[in-house]
Design a protein around this ligand. Structure first.
Ligand code: SF4
Ligand code: SF4
Length: 73
C-alpha cells in the first residue's frame, strides 16, 4: 500500500494514555512498554484523528499531498 501520510511523534510529551492506539481506525499504533509504537505506517490514511485526540499534542500528521504543496510553495 502506498504511504499516504508522515507521522511524527514527540514522545517526550506523551503520557501513555493510549487514546491514539484505541482510536486509530487503521490500527497504526500498538502500545509498547511505555509509549505507543507505530507498527503500520503504510496503513495510515492521514485522517488526523490521532493528532486531534491526543491531549498532549504529541502527534503531527502530514498528509503527503499537503507536504508536496508545502514543499513547492
Ligand atoms: S492519521 Fe488516522 S489513520 Fe493515521 S495514524 Fe492517525 S488515526 Fe490512524
Ligand atoms: S494519545 Fe498522545 S499522549 Fe496518549 S498515548 Fe497517544 S501519543 Fe501518548
Amino acid at each position: 500500500m502506498e504511504k499516504k501520510a508522515d507521522i511524527a511523534m514527540n514522545l517526550e510529551w506523551c503520557k501513555s494514555c493510549e487514546i491514539c492506539v484505541k482510536f486509530c481506525p487503521q490500527k497504526v499504533y500498538e502500545m509498547g512498554k511505555f509509549y505507543p509504537k507505530i507498527i503500520a505506517p503504510e496503513a495510515c490514511t492521514g485522517c488526523k484523528i490521532c493528532e486531534n485526540l491526543c491531549p498532549d499534542f504529541v502527534i503531527t500528521i502530514t498528509p503527503l499531498k499537503e507536504k508536496k504543496k508545502l514543499e513547492t510553495a
